[in-house]
Design a protein around this ligand. Structure first.
Ligand code: DX5
Ligand code: ZN
Length: 224
């Protein structure tokens, strides 16, 4: 099942409740929530109080993408906000295996994130313990950047690795995903599609419908 995860970073923060209700009404099941600490990435976005407030008005599945140094420090606090999944960067964890274990102990899903320049070898000894691998398709820190073309091959290689070693692990992609390149990442093997600036805006509903249509056609095309 392919899922679209609108990235709340691109939503109108003054109208968060309406934005969440709108994507939910369009049939979206999962939301991507970007947390930035100004150290691991240059910018600062939102934190626990906002996640908790969103939880109070939405029943979407929350995937919290922690772009922070040593994210293990915040696993419990994010769980307490009602998150469903935490995504942590291999580059930000001194003890990645331990952090993944901490996430799973809370009952949340665990996702490991790799920056564009980080090799898939980082996953070798944690792939059995994760639900999802997130490949950054831009350098993390800002919305609205351009997809890095070399990431298509990386997604294909990850798909082969997962099929070999732990089938069932999801492949999420994040950064620069638009209507005109989403087909490419689907064909490469991605099934969790994060999209910020290509979802939220003046035409949120139309944008979501257009993504959903591509997903539906992709299922038909795969069948034949
Ligand atoms: C970037 C964030 C993304 C961002 C994606 O560091 O991790 O989730 O919101 O935005 P777009 O889809 O606009 O590239
Ligand atoms: Zn993200």
């Amino acid at each position: 099942m392919i899922e679209l995860l609108p990235s709340v970073l691109a939503a109108d923060f003054a109208r968060l409740e309406q934005e969440l209700k709108l994507v939910e009404a369009c049939g979206v099941k999962m939301l991507h929530v970007d947390v930035m600490d100004g150290v691991f990435v240059p910018s600062i976005s939102l934190g626990m109080p906002v996640i908790k407030a969103m939880r109070n008005v939405s029943s979407l599945f929350f995937d919290v993408h922690l772009m922070v140094e040593e994210p293990g420090r915040y696993v419990k606090a994010i769980a307490d906000c009602g998150a469903d999944s935490i995504s942590v960067h291999a580059e930000a964890c001194r003890h990645l295996h331990r952090t993944v274990g901490q996430i799973r102990e809370t009952g949340m899903q665990a996702c490991v994130v790799l920056n564009p320049a980080t090799g898939l070898s980082e996953l070798k000894y944690v792939l059995q313990d994760v639900d999802t691998v997130l490949l950054m398709t831009v350098n993390p820190g800002f919305g609205g950047q351009k997809y890095i073309p070399a990431m298509t091959e990386k997604i294909c290689e990850l798909k082969a690795m997962i099929d070999r070693e732990n089938p069932g692990v999801h492949i999420m992609v994040d950064g620069g995903i638009k209507l005109d390149n989403v087909q490419t990442v689907l064909e490469a093997g991605a099934d969790r599609i994060v999209a910020g600036s290509s979802v939220f805006g003046a035409h949120t509903e139309e944008n979501i419908r257009a993504f959903q249509e591509i997903f539906n056609n992709y299922y038909i095309y795969r069948k034949y």
